[in-house]
Design a protein around this ligand. Sequence first.
Ligand SMILES: Nc1ncnc2c1ncn2[C@@H]1O[C@H](COP(=O)(O)OP(=O)(O)OP(=O)(O)O)[C@@H](O)[C@H]1O
Ligand SMILES: O=C(O)c1ccc[n+]([C@@H]2O[C@H](COP(=O)([O-])O)[C@@H](O)[C@H]2O)c1
Length: 215
Amino acid sequence: MKPLAIFGGTFDPIHIGHLSVAWEASEQLDAEVRLMPASVPPHRSSPTASAEQRVNMLRAALRGQSRLTLDTRELDRSGPSYTVDTLDELRSEFGERPLVLLLGADAFAGLRSWHRWRDLFSITHIGVINRPGVEACIPVELERAVAPRRTDDPAVIRGQPAGRVIELAVTPLEVSATRIRELLAAGRDPRYLLPAGLFDDPALLAPYREQHSPR
Ligand SMILES: Nc1ncnc2c1ncn2[C@@H]1O[C@H](COP(=O)(O)OP(=O)(O)OP(=O)(O)O)[C@@H](O)[C@H]1O
Ligand SMILES: O=C(O)c1ccc[n+]([C@@H]2O[C@H](COP(=O)([O-])O)[C@@H](O)[C@H]2O)c1
């Protein structure tokens, strides 16, 4: 069955790294990929842009293609956006359809700090995406939990609803939202690190440009 893959993030802002890995993961797994902005990310400080501003940027970035879609369900819940709650909800909605949680290698390495992290394996598969420039050292406890679940065969992912971990080798792009926020705040123009749609309306990137503008 065609898997449903979830790519969660703060997307503050969405950049070409996010889009490229989501696209390639979709191709490799033959999956529908939903980008899912977190409202209150559990383990980081508040985003620079509001939830509404981040959604507007995602909409502009995703315009003109249908492989990647937007799912705003976490913005409709109050409190922290725990991924396990979102996946529980999706599991009830999608029955036995394979679910794949896509995580950059840095996010995956920190999985043990997530709410009910061990429960994730019974609800979803995990697709780990390589990310250049991050030291992703997998803690022993995590590797122990993951080792018997590893597969390198997308057909295995398509053949069962949850429980496997697959490494997805994608074209490495060393781009981060942090770097883009820094460039915009410094008055620079990182136009080729961002999807073109973000330049259609000057209001979209204004939250970052206004951050450090002289008063
Ligand atoms: N260039 C990239 N290559 C691979 N994975 C990425 C890349 N950028 C982000 N990700 C992954 O996308 C998901 C969402 O990331 P997030 O929205 O926090 O972007 P970010 O660029 O890491 O932001 P920030 O710099 O603000 O932390 C995470 O799983 C992260 O590992
Ligand atoms: O559920 C958790 O405890 C949890 C802890 C940290 C991160 N997450 C999710 O991981 C995704 C990537 O987070 P981030 O901070 O890299 O943008 C995003 O969907 C977060 O909601 C989830």
